[in-house]
Write a protein that binds this ligand. Structure first.
Ligand SMILES: Nc1nc2c(ncn2[C@@H]2O[C@H](COP(=O)(O)OP(=O)(O)OP(=O)(O)O)[C@@H](O)[C@H]2O)c(=O)[nH]1
Ligand SMILES: [Mg+2]
Length: 572
């Protein structure tokens, strides 16, 4: 399915042509029918001779309703550009073409309507006129088909041209990140809220959770319709009506976006490119009341020109824009910029950075992922995907960084590890990305939370002190010259256990736990410290801290003078 918008000057026959092609009058409102004028967007669809489907968004040509036109062309793949043979190129032909160009449209077909009202010579003149005006634009070379929408003459040729257009226009890509800019909202007959829009970026499925932005309202998809049919799921590039549970129709409106949760970065500040229209008669600076049109949204912006104070007509530059609301945006989103005071189209551009962190004076926005990474040094791979929309291989662990910074961090870590000496470097104290680097280094071993050079024998593995303490079993003797630092490290690793100034081997604690289990098996009401001491064969000096350790681990519990079973008592 392709979504095609009409475009062209007021009264040139856009709606009549859509009606002739689809059988549906896109003018939905009584006022539109009475005045013979499109005010708001209209929608219709048709099957082409090849069997391919095409959805039309019919836009108003009158300059007063330009904002509605802008809301309609935000997510379309191609256009049906309409020029009346009777009048030829007119101001809104020009403005609509500029807008579609700025939005990055690449595909279209031109219809010369009202051919029944002109003679062959006038038709030829109108054709030259149109050819002239589209030269150098995306419509340069597009088929020009003369039609009479009332009698149907020329429609077969136009349908064939549309078929060719649909076949050669790439479909909306599925990036697993669906977004539907709402163009209509109404209350459903039964219950719930229905929103319509053009789905791009990904698929939606029945019963799926969605969020309406701005505002983060959570909703559930109760039903999906496309082309009047109910479907269980729907891919990008389609006109879609969603019946939503959980939001009221009066809380949301045109210009809001339906997205899937957690897949979007919401932003109220972006850096963007701006192409200023050459036809403008003044420069563009931060002064002015600007409105951006993005998706189906009209959004007031505060703006600052980057790198210079003002952009001349025809210039290409960059701007930082501030919005009142946080919106789910991605680099590559296109917008049109208008000045509301003068009511004129200024230009348009592409969002380059949805989370600009460098100062405006230093910002040099572009769409490179390397820049996003370099400005941050280290960035979590999931966050980088939110900011760029691209899936990126992490450099190390879950992190992405620049090659230079990776090398610098590796070298810094090795130096710290060398400086830490025998005890090694405690990696729990490192920032998360450095920990990931430590674990990734071939020349480093991370054992029990400590990083050491791999070629250095771990002095704490099979340490003689641990062996000696294990030998002592329930009555271990600590050598008088034992090093405190060594004991601390062996305790930290869980090899030794220190309780009330007595140091046991952890295997001995396990043995003591089994001993307690045996005692409780024969006397379920509990045992005394004296009974326990007798079973260990050691003195009270050792039995007391051992029992205290068992209590601390939840193996035993104290009740009066007895020890009873704790939640962690082992079972045979
Ligand atoms: N004779 C003739 N009349 C046409 C043709 N196409 C449109 N018209 C008439 O032209 C008038 C305007 O047509 P619309 O289809 O409403 O024009 P539009 O471009 O949709 O106008 P807006 O939406 O207001 O910009 C209507 O009276 C149509 O009947 C055509 O091919 N031949
Ligand atoms: Mg119309």
């Amino acid at each position: 399915m392709r979504v095609v918008a009409t475009a062209g000057h007021v009264d040139h026959g856009k709606s009549s042509l859509v009606l002739a092609l689809t059988g549906t009058d896109p003018d939905r409102f009584d006022e539109e029918k009475e005045r013979g004028l499109t005010i708001d967007l209209g929608f219709a669809h048709a099957e082409l001779p090849s069997g391919a489907g095409v959805s039309f968004i019919d836009v108003p040509g009158h300059i007063r309703f330009l904002r509605n036109m802008l809301a309609g062309v935000g997510g379309v793949d191609a256009c049906l550009f309409v020029v009346a043979a009777t009048e030829g190129w007119k101001p809104q032909s020009e403005e609509h073409l500029r807008i579609l160009e700025l939005l990055g449209l690449r595909h279209g077909v031109i219809a010369l309507t009202k051919r029944d009202l002109v003679d062959d010579e006038s038709l030829e003149i109108a054709t030259f006129d149109v050819t002239d005006h589209v030269e150098g634009t995306f419509l340069d070379g597009a088929p020009i088909v003369a039609v009479d929408s009332l009698s149907g003459a020329g429609l077969d040729e136009l349908r064939a041209a549309l078929d060719e257009l649909v076949a050669t226009t790439p479909g909306a890509a599925d990036r697993g990140r669906p977004r539907l800019w709402i163009d209509r909202v109404f209350a459903a007959k039964g219950s719930g809220t229905v929103v319509t829009g053009t789905l791009v970026g990904g698929s939606l499925a029945h019963d799926g959770g969605v969020v309406v932005e701005p505002g983060g309202r959570e909703a559930r998809i109760r039903a999906i319709q496309t082309l009047g049919r109910q479907v269980d799921q729907i891919g990008p590039g389609n006109r879609v009506a969603l019946n939503l549970n959980g939001v009221s129709h009066d809380e949301i409106g045109r210009g809001d976006a339906v997205v899937t949760p957690d897949r979007w970065f919401r932003t109220s500040r972006v850096d963007a490119s701006l192409d200023v229209l050459a036809s403008l008669d003044h420069e563009v600076s931060r002064r002015g009341a600007y409105v951006a049109y993005l998706g189906s949204r009209e959004l007031p912006v505060r703006m600052r020109v980057l790198g210079t104070d003002a952009l001349a007509p025809g210039a290409a530059g960059a701007v930082r824009m501030f919005f009142e609301d946080a919106l789910p945006l991605l680099p590559g989103d296109r917008f049109i910029l208008r000045e509301s005071g003068r009511d004129e189209t200024i230009g348009g551009g592409e969002i380059l950075d949805v989370d600009p962190i460098s100062k405006a004076a230093a910002a040099r926005p572009d769409r490179s992922i390397e820049r996003v990474v370099a400005e941050r040094g280290w960035i979590d791979v999931d966050r980088l995907e939110l900011l760029t929309g691209e899936t990126i291989e992490p450099t190390v662990g879950r992190w992405v960084t620049t090659p230079d910074l990776l090398v610098a961090t590796q070298e810094g870590l090795l130096a710290d590890i060398d400086a830490a000496g025998d005890l090694g470097l405690d990696i729990a104290a490192l920032p998360e990305h450095e920990r990931a680097v430590a674990e990734s280094l071939d020349e480093v071993d991370v054992v029990a939370g400590t990083a050491r050079r791999a070629d250095v024998v771990d002095p704490f593995a099979d340490h003689p002190l641990a062996a000696k303490i294990l030998d002592g079993r329930f009555a271990p003797e600590l050598p008088a010259d034992a090093d405190r630092g060594t004991i601390r490290e062996l305790v930290r690793r869980g090899i030794l256990v220190e309780r009330d100034k007595v140091v046991f081997h952890s295997d001995t604690i396990d043995e003591a736990a089994w001993l307690a289990a045996d005692l409780l098996a024969s006397s379920p009401d509990g045992f005394t410290v004296a009974q326990f001491r007798d079973r260990t064969g050691a003195s009270r000096k050792y039995a007391l801290p051992l029992v205290a350790e068992l209590d601390a681990r939840g193996i035993t519990r104290r009740r009066d003078d007895l020890r009873i079973a704790g939640p962690r008592l082992p079972e045979r």
